[in-house]
Design a protein around this ligand. Structure first.
Ligand code: DGJ
Length: 507
């Protein structure tokens, strides 16, 4: 049996781990944490243990993996495997190869030194960037060979099937220019565009002729996708598992180069899908506050939603309910996860965040952020069988507060009005599973709810009973029955919890 598999059902995509549907509730560690196994032991595992996650997302660095050309060091990967096995946590490995945040800082020193063979992206004036050009086939070939070594090692040594997904490269694209102006790139840009581009445009011609103002970004998307396809396909041939690419989101003002031009943002999803068929999905790194708008851009019939980097702010504990309940995501993972369980902030300095175009608010946590995320994860993890059984149906709906006073969910017999209980923060979020027309499992935090009959019905909706409890081990485990004072205004508090609510329609 494969370690993991992505299957397409008539109700959308499912991630199977050990043959069963799996919901990845995880976190991504800081970039440098896994460069030292002892650091992971001392500073990461003790902090993340409290968070109830089932998946940890960690980079593997090409520069440390292939320090001499053709000589590979598997020791860091091996210790990660052993640590994760011991913790009972699955891994998503990030291949920090040719590109990381639009640069080539993780390529081995022997490659960095040889800029003749491994040529760089250039701006319109010919100035080189710290980024190897995706048109440099020699570099792509070396990256594919190293990635193949990694995947072969996993196939042979990961006998407990701890690694379930790999990310190929990290937030690639050209930063600071609309496109690559190296001689190879200029030549390709002004030549007749390849068939993939012509098919998308419905005509033939050069890139500018086909795509006008969009040409530089579309051209770069194609070049990166073609390069990544070579790397991902080689890796998959060695060891087949789901693979994806992640993006640094485009944001206002949308000028390619302000965000990595050619990176796998939703605007160029068609190009990526056509030119990189070995990439199973495109994923957003969500540091922007309008979480649901971004999820909606990436959840498509041909693209399941997986969020490898969610903003590591306190609202993660609410946003995860929307990712799962509304967007039926394969997985959710805040960045800098080790900080959630720690008293130290660990956030990159404001000057670093400025370079990365990230608002410092994305890293703002309160003291309880770790506890709150841990509670959300425990609740969702225990009920994941129920949730996954309802994926792809309207019986599972979710929501998160952001800037809204509430939302209205429409089910078969009733509408449910959700009102967030705390206006001063964005801590409200939850989901509802319609178990049958009159029974609902309501889970989440910081909201009140009430039932209304559908507007067309001449009836009223009466709450017949409310039980506290938890869906665990495949069944509802009842706790208190809420009546009297606890029933006037049904609500969920600051700690994530679940209620089983029975409603009746009264004429
Ligand atoms: C997004 C990148 O993908 C991460 O590796 C990291 O650099 C964060 N930005 C910022 O800390």
């Amino acid at each position: 049996m494969k370690a993991s598999e992505l299957i397409k059902t008539d109700r959308g995509y499912r991630l199977l781990v050990d043959g069963k549907p799996f919901l990845a509730l995880g976190g991504e560690v800081h970039n440098s944490s896994p460069s030292d196994a002892a650091y992971m032991e001392e500073h990461v595992w003790p902090n993340v243990r409290k968070l109830n996650l089932n998946t940890l997302i960690v980079p593997v660095f090409w520069e440390l993996f292939e320090p001499e050309q053709g000589t590979f060091d598997f020791s860091l990967v091996d210790s990660l495997l052993r640590q994760a096995e011991r913790e009972g946590v699955k891994l998503v490995l990030l291949w920090f190869g040719l590109w990381k945040n639009g640069e080539s800082t993780y390529v081995p020193a022997w490659m960095k030194q040889d800029t003749e063979t491994y040529f760089l992206v250039r701006d319109r004036f010919g100035k080189p960037f710290h980024c190897i050009s995706p048109l440099c086939t020699a570099a792509v070939k070396r990256d594919a060979a190293a990635f193949t070594q990694l995947m072969t090692y996993l196939r042979e040594k990961d006998i407990n099937k701890t690694v379930i997904i790999t990310q190929v490269e990290n937030e690639m694209g050209v930063v600071g220019e609309v496109r690559d102006f190296s001689p190879a790139a200029n030549d390709a840009f002004h030549k007749e565009a390849p068939e993939t581009a012509a098919q998308l445009a419905g005509k033939t011609g050069t890139w500018p002729e086909l795509f006008g103002e969009d040409a530089p970004e579309f051209f770069m998307a194609y070049q990166y996708a073609v390069a990544v396809e070579k790397i991902a396909a080689a890796g998959k041939a060695a060891y087949d598992m789901p693979m994806y690419v992640n993006c640094w989101m485009d944001q206002f003002p949308r000028i390619p180069g302000n965000f990595p031009s050619g990176g796998p943002v939703a605007h160029v999803m068609d190009i990526w899908k056509k030119a990189a068929p070995s990439v199973d999905f495109l994923s957003p790194d969500i540091y922007l506050p309008y979480f649901e708008d971004i999820c909606a851009q990436f959840k498509k019939p041909e693209n399941p939603l997986f969020i490898p980097e969610a903003r590591p702010s306190a609202d993660s504990a609410a946003n995860v309910f929307s990712a799962v309940g509304k967007f039926h995501a394969l997985g959710f993972a805040p960045f800098a996860i080790e900080d959630f369980g720690s008293s130290e902030s660990g956030a990159p300095g404001e000057d670093v965040l400025k370079i990365l175009d990230i608002d410092p608010a994305a890293f703002e946590k309160n003291q309880q952020a770790g506890d709150r995320l841990g509670e959300s994860y425990a609740l969702l993890n225990n009920m994941s069988d129920l949730l996954l059984a309802h994926y792809g149906t309207d019986a599972l709906q979710g929501f998160t507060q952001y800037q809204l006073p509430g939302t209205v969910l429409s089910f078969q017999r009733y509408n449910i009005v959700i009102r967030y209980s705390r206006e001063q923060d964005a801590s409200g979020g939850g989901l509802v599973v319609e178990l049958d027309k009159n029974r609902f499992l309501i889970a989440g935090r910081n909201f009140k709810f009430s039932f209304c009959p559908k507007t067309s019905a001449e009836t009223c909706a009466q709450v017949a009973s409310i039980e506290e409890g938890e869906h665990k081990n495949g069944a509802w485990q009842k706790a208190r029955v809420l009546n009297g004072d606890e029933r006037y205004i049904p609500q969920l508090g600051d700690c994530a919890q679940a209620l089983l609510v029975t409603v009746r329609e009264v004429r």
